[in-house]
Design a protein around this ligand. Structure first.
Ligand code: PY5
Length: 309
């Protein structure tokens, strides 16, 4: 996967469109030192001659919830940020599948751990983005030796920058040991999520995914998959999943904005199912891509068209 950031022309920063290379911060920025920022990852999809942003409103609402947790007053309304994102995509002439990264952070001004005196700044970048994990072959995973941040230590359902040092430790460990991705257990030892993805398993035709109480991010792709599967007549349970269920399930997959729907084909050396993409995973993947690319009218309300037809 090529994860090198591809520069575009403009970045939206604090209400203005500025040149990509000018989007800079001071090294003493509070968020850079202490992780006091919140962010979103959103995808735009190329489809039938247009670009569609997937669940834009839901992502920005989650950004606002993350900010609320940290007493950050974002000086823009969801509607302002929506307009800014659509305008940014147009100014950058993006017509290919891309990633949109809104970031609100405590800026420069005060040392010390109370962030509340440092102003909240907001930046939005958008750039072309292909696959994050391999959706065609599937990925090989390990159970991380690092636990996911406990819900009484840092709220994992607020998408804060600081949460991701925990993800980075697990991701590096997995890659160094020859895996593609890590799966976190929660502080009780139950299955939690990936480093930047939610996780699902399938057993005897029933789909299961850990509940919010396992300390997961309330993923928007997770929510989409639950709805799509329900509409297909498949049974989906939000329930505690044990580590061993990962080893013996019929299918497993990750969901996320970056990961989309990525099949998991191996966990700690155990082959999942027959080692290829499972039938339910495949059906969900096909449905998901037809929806995000604007080929399914039933879910058009999840899409915001960037260009007028
Ligand atoms: N869990 C964690 C820890 C995440 O970071 C993400 C998203 C998800 C679950 C899935 O949430 P959603 O479906 O709403 O995207 N991760 C970011 C993403 O853009 C960053 C990954 C590098 O996918």
């Amino acid at each position: 996967m090529n994860l090198a950031i591809q520069a575009t022309k403009f970045i939206w920063m604090n209400g203005r469109f500025i040149e990509w290379d000018e989007a800079k911060v001071h090294v003493l920025t509070h968020a850079l030192n202490y992780g006091t920022g919140v962010f979103e990852g959103i995808r735009g999809y190329a489809g039938d001659g247009n670009l569609y942003v997937f669940r834009l409103h839901d992502h920005l609402n989650r950004l606002m919830r993350s900010a609320k947790t940290y007493f950050m007053e974002i000086p823009y309304k969801v509607e302002d940020l929506e307009k800014a994102i659509l305008e940014l995509l147009r100014r950058n002439e993006l017509r290919v599948t891309c990633y949109i990264r809104p970031l609100a952070y405590r800026s420069y001004g005060f040392i010390g751990l109370d962030p509340s005196r440092s102003e909240v700044h907001v930046a939005i970048a958008a750039f072309p983005f292909g696959k994050y994990l391999d959706p065609t072959k599937g990925v090989s995973c390990c159970i991380s030796s690092w636990r996911r941040i406990a819900i009484d230590a840092l709220p994992p359902d607020a998408k804060a920058c600081g949460n991701y040092v925990n993800s980075a430790l697990a991701k590096m460990e997995a890659l160094k040991n020859g895996y593609d991705e890590a799966i976190f257990l929660d502080s009780h030892g139950y299955v939690c999520e990936g480093t930047g993805e939610n996780i699902f398993i399938v057993r005897d035709g029933i789909i299961a995914t850990p509940p919010l109480s396992a300390g997961i991010l309330e993923g928007i792709t997770r929510d989409s998959v639950i709805k799509i599967a329900g509409d297909m007549g498949l049974k989906v349970e939000e329930r505690i999943i044990t580590r061993n269920e990962l080893y013996v399930c019929d299918e497993a997959f990750f969901t996320g904005t970056a990961a989309e729907i990525t099949p998991i084909v191996k966990i700690d050396g155990r082959i999942v199912g027959d080692g290829s993409i499972g039938p339910i995973t495949r059906r969900l993947q096909e449905a998901f891509f037809s929806i995000v690319e604007g080929r399914n009218d039933r879910y058009k309300h999840w899409l915001t068209a960037v260009y007028s037809p």
